[in-house]
Write a protein that binds this ligand. Structure first.
Ligand code: F6R
Length: 368
């Protein structure tokens, strides 16, 4: 069943080009308009939406953080992202014009389920983004976007996560189409870029051996940090979560702009720090990231830099350089997360841990 891989997780990482392609399949009609078969929430209703609250847990929450950047940019609707376990307890402001989006791979996470029940009781519409057909969360939602990753068996989410990202982009573009905040040509342009992503993900996977090598080089490390900005920030959080789950070591993700507000005090000689650099087209973001990398390197960090393949200006500051394909900043999480998954999988393997069944974890958390 593992197709020759040692772990389901590793197999699922390598299935991601196919999973991303499947998540995109059949989403445009003959005229090139986006269609979401199980949206089930009327266009007239969506046109009236003035706020979106995304609720999720763990990795799905980090997908939701990326979704905020995309939805706000393409639709100008304001988006909050909230941990499902916190949502109900803060008396959230929900109205008929609030759309609640619940992201859950399993469709059974108890906190997320309770959160959507609360939202529906307040008359808000609920849309599920889910990988599991017929599970409880989509059954109790007004509409659903299925992610079509196929069954995810490894406890740590990988193909589940990238297909959630795809579903979030589709939702953002669909709302932009419904609310007329983007032209049809612009939507089709982003769809074309999305359809190029499976090949880009494959390019990153083709470099897996290099990532494996420095995972093995770092087998004695006690801590790893991850830095990102913009859509790269949630990817940093996701990279850290993968490492905590699988390698049982301290790992933390930060927004690079926060470094000087505290975390830079953690930097010491030899500390591995992953740095996710925004694409070259986004110079303001990129230059700030580069100066953050210079600062931590000056303090002895071992920098593992993820940047565009031809971003040669970065090489003097990169102890390791992971080359990423050229993609727009909003879509960069789809490629940037892959080396972080590979790193966590390989480091945990080298440490002798059970990658598919990490200690203390369950695939779906059905208690609050
Ligand atoms: C991380 C992981 C968990 C889940 C979280 C939510 O690798 O698997 O953090 O993402 O428990 O689960 P779902 O998406 O099923 O609601």
């Amino acid at each position: 069943e593992k197709d020759g891989y040692d772990w389901f997780m590793r197999k699922e990482i390598f299935e991601q080009p196919r999973a991303v392609a499947d998540a995109l399949l059949g989403r445009r009609d003959a005229e090139g308009k986006l269609q979401l078969d199980e949206m089930r929430i009327d266009a007239s209703e969506l046109q009236g939406i003035d706020k979106i609250i995304i609720i999720a847990a763990g990795t799905s929450y980090y997908a939701g953080m990326v979704a905020k950047y995309a939805i706000e940019h393409w639709t100008r609707i304001s988006v909050e992202v909230e941990l499902a376990s916190e949502f109900r307890y803060r008396d959230p402001i929900l109205t008929r014009s609030t759309l609640v989006v619940a992201i859950s791979q399993s469709g059974e996470t108890a906190d997320t389920l309770q959160a959507i029940r609360h939202a529906r009781a307040q008359q808000s519409k609920v849309l599920a983004i889910c990988n599991t057909n017929g599970s409880t969360i989509p059954r109790e939602s007004d509409g659903v976007i299925y992610t079509y990753a196929g069954p995810e068996i490894g406890v740590a989410s990988t193909k589940g996560y990238v297909t959630q990202l795809v579903a979030c982009y589709l939702l953002a573009l669909y709302l932009a189409q419904t609310k007329n905040t983007l032209y049809g040509d612009e939507i089709n342009g982003v769809m074309d870029q999305l359809e190029a992503m499976p090949a880009h993900v494959q390019t990153v996977l083709d470099e897996a051996d290099k990532v494996y090598q420095f995972a093995r080089d770092h087998v004695d490390t006690k801590s790893v940090l991850f830095l990102g900005r913009h859509a790269g920030y949630p990817v940093a959080l996701e990279g850290a979560l993968k490492l905590k789950e699988l390698a049982y070591i301290h790992a933390e993700g930060f927004a690079a702009g926060e470094l000087k507000h505290g975390p830079i005090a953690l930097i010491e000689e030899g500390l591995p720090v992953f740095c996710i650099v925004p694409p070259k087209g986004r110079d303001q973001l990129r230059e700030k990231m580069v100066s953050a990398i210079q600062e931590i390197r000056a303090r002895g960090a071992a920098t593992i830099v993820l940047a565009e393949h031809d971003d040669e200006a970065i090489t003097p500051y990169a102890d390791e350089f992971i080359r990423l394909p050229k993609v727009p900043v909003l879509l960069q999480p789809l490629v940037a997360v892959v080396p972080l998954q590979l790193f966590a999988c390989e480091l945990a393997t080298a440490m002798g841990h059970d990658v598919d069944q990490p200690r203390n974890l369950a695939k779906s958390v059905t208690v609050e």
